[in-house]
Design a protein around this ligand. Structure first.
Ligand code: ATP
Ligand code: MG
Length: 200
């Protein structure tokens, strides 16, 4: 095929792609805060949630983070984002399989949830991340109906991100965007330690 012909074909193909994308962009006219879920067994859920918070902070938006399960160790994202005005509500009891005390875990989850509900009801917050929230619902520490109610009643312009494995079906139904991170392989399976700056 002559070079000239190749160039023409390429141009025509790209023009079609452009038209198709432009049509989709034009069709998306709804403006509202989003509810996103990042779930699945692979690494990258919290990273993605915090990446979105960093993105919003970069635009001068007001953000909040509720951190469930974790909290006893140094958290790089918290160290950075608190300096940029991000409000953190942290469940500081460590991992549930470490405490092995359902009542104490439920209480810790509930007091963090109270703080999160305040953020979800406050229109000053543009983006709220509920990190590892899926477990709280699955373990029964926080009522699914309460979570759904708080998300449904949040200010129209506010976006919410929930991360964690095994997101409840009803949360998935309610969400606007759901991504599943699949585990292909993880360093931990080969005995490699979790690494500061990469894993926390
Ligand atoms: P990250 O915070 O790195 O984005 P994550 O939020 O997707 O990870 P979590 O289930 O919250 O995953 O696990 C947090 C910690 O467990 C991180 O240190 C992460 O590297 C590690 N981890 C995540 N996925 C796996 C996996 N499939 N196998 C072993 N460890 C994992
Ligand atoms: Mg996580």
């Amino acid at each position: 095929m002559a070079d000239q012909q190749k160039t023409e074909r390429y141009k025509a193909r790209q023009q079609k792609v452009k038209e198709s994308i432009d049509a989709k962009v034009d069709a998306a006219q709804i403006e509202k805060g989003l509810f996103l879920i990042i779930t699945g067994n692979g690494k990258g859920k919290s990273t993605s949630g915090f990446g979105t918070i960093a993105r919003a902070v970069g635009h001068g938006q007001r953000c909040g983070v509720g951190q469930f399960i974790k909290g006893t160790w140094d958290c790089g994202e918290r160290n950075l984002l608190e300096q940029h005005g991000v409000n953190f509500a942290v469940m500081a009891t460590g991992f549930t399989w470490e405490t092995q005390n359902k009542e104490a875990d439920t209480q810790a989850a509930q007091s963090t949830w109270v703080e999160c509900k305040k953020m979800l009801a406050d229109e000053q917050y543009d983006v709220v991340l509920l990190d590892e929230m899926t477990y709280m619902v699955n373990y029964g520490y926080i009522e699914l109906t309460e979570v759904i109610e708080a998300i449904n009643n949040r200010p129209a312009s506010q976006s919410v991100i929930i991360t964690g494995r095994a997101a409840h079906r009803e949360l998935i139904e309610l969400a606007d965007t759901v991504s599943e991170v699949r585990n292909v392989k993880h360093a931990f399976e080969n005995g490699i330690k979790a690494r500061k700056g990469v894993d926390w």
